[in-house]
Design a protein around this ligand. Structure first.
Ligand code: HEM
Length: 313
């Protein structure tokens, strides 16, 4: 996971990290976003049709060990799981191909993102830091959302709390370019879908939950049996915009099943492993390349810089 050499990306990454620190405070050893989480291990099995889409190594093997991290939003390590700001939830998946060789998927539970670029996202964070969410009239946040309809749509999109991390769907949001062994390529976006089905709580039911209900529930669930998800890829048609995380493709687009994974255990030394692992939004594996979406290289730099800081804490 190399750091980009582009100094503008590094400078913007540092500014974004600083802005998260301003909003959530400094919490050494924790992530500045998606701070509260839990890690599990399991196995990925490719589908029969996956090889038509990509020649990636985890698709040509019978199975691959995976490590996943479920998380709440915000940079607050003790955010209550039933705090409305804990949405969207995060899911990061690592396919362990060999010792120190891996490829990741990083996704969250809302299908989209508020801004197309990093500088715009920084503007949004700055507006957030200088506005009172309970009194938006005349605030910088109101001005930003008023002039950025996609950001407004993201903020207004329903984000109900799930009854379990295992009853939520997660979206890759940024498109990837998949290439099969014949050299044929498609752009696609990941969708991670729970075998148990989606199940969301209404506000009253969420408010009545324990502040640690999601972390506790997933530990209890995995002790009883495997937790399964399908990994799907929604494919772009020719002409669809493939470099803009705020742009949705119509629901009639073809969806291919890449495979499924079953989680079977909690990671031992969970807190220590969470501090160590740094997920990478860029796949860095043959057969799956990043699209030109400007968020990808920026996020790869930020997650690495942030992860180094976390490890050193
Ligand atoms: C400019 C856009 C974005 C910025 C600045 C940003 C920032 C961050 C930062 C600073 C972290 C902590 C990384 C670490 O310390 O390891 C993080 C983690 C995370 N982000 Fe983003 N993010 C962005 C876009 C996205 C998008 C589009 C998604 C969903 C597709 C997403 C999902 C996640 C998830 C799931 C994690 C937790 C990963 C883990 O468990 O280690 N982020 N983000």
């Amino acid at each position: 996971m190399p750091l980009p050499t582009d100094e503008k990306i590094i400078a913007l990454s540092q500014q974004l990290l600083q802005q998260f620190d301003t909003i959530f405070g400094l919490n050494p050893g924790f992530r500045p976003a998606h701070a509260k989480g839990i890690m599990l291990t399991g196995t990925f099995t490719p589908s029969a049709e996956a090889a038509t889409l990509t020649k990636a190594p985890h698709i040509s093997r019978q199975s691959t060990p995976v490590t996943v991290r479920f998380s709440d939003s915000t940079g607050i390590p003790l955010v209550p799981d039933n705090d409305p700001n804990a949405n969207p939830r995060g899911l990061a998946i690592r396919f362990n191909l060999a010792e120190h060789v891996h490829t990741d998927i990083v996704c969250h539970s809302t299908d989209g993102f508020p801004t197309r670029t990093g500088p715009e996202f920084l503007e949004l964070l700055k507006a957030l830091a200088t506005s009172d969410p309970k009194n938006l009239a005349g605030s910088p946040l109101e001005a930003f959302l008023g002039s950025h309809p996609k950001a407004l749509a993201f903020v207004q999109a329903p984000k109900p709390a799930p009854s379990s991390f295992a009853r939520e769907s997660y979206f890759g949001v940024t498109a990837m370019k998949f290439t099969n062994k014949d050299g044929v390529s498609w752009f696609g976006r990941y969708r991670i879908v729970p075998e148990a089905g989606n199940d969301h709580l209404d506000d009253a039911a969420a408010a009545a939950k324990d502040p640690n209900y999601l972390m506790d529930e997933i530990a209890e669930r995995v002790a009883k049996g495997p937790i399964k998800f399908k990994i799907l890829v929604q494919l772009a048609n020719d002409g669809d915009v493939v470099d803009d995380a705020t742009n949705h493709w119509p629901e009639d687009r073809k969806v291919v099943e890449l495979g499924s994974f079953a989680l079977t255990a909690l990671v031992a030394d969970n807190a220590q492993e969470q501090q160590q692992i740094i997920f990478d939004p860029i796949p860095r594996v043959g057969g799956i390349e990043p699209s030109d979406d400007p968020l990808l290289e920026l996020r790869a730099a930020i997650y690495l810089l942030s992860g180094r800081r976390r490890r050193a804490a």
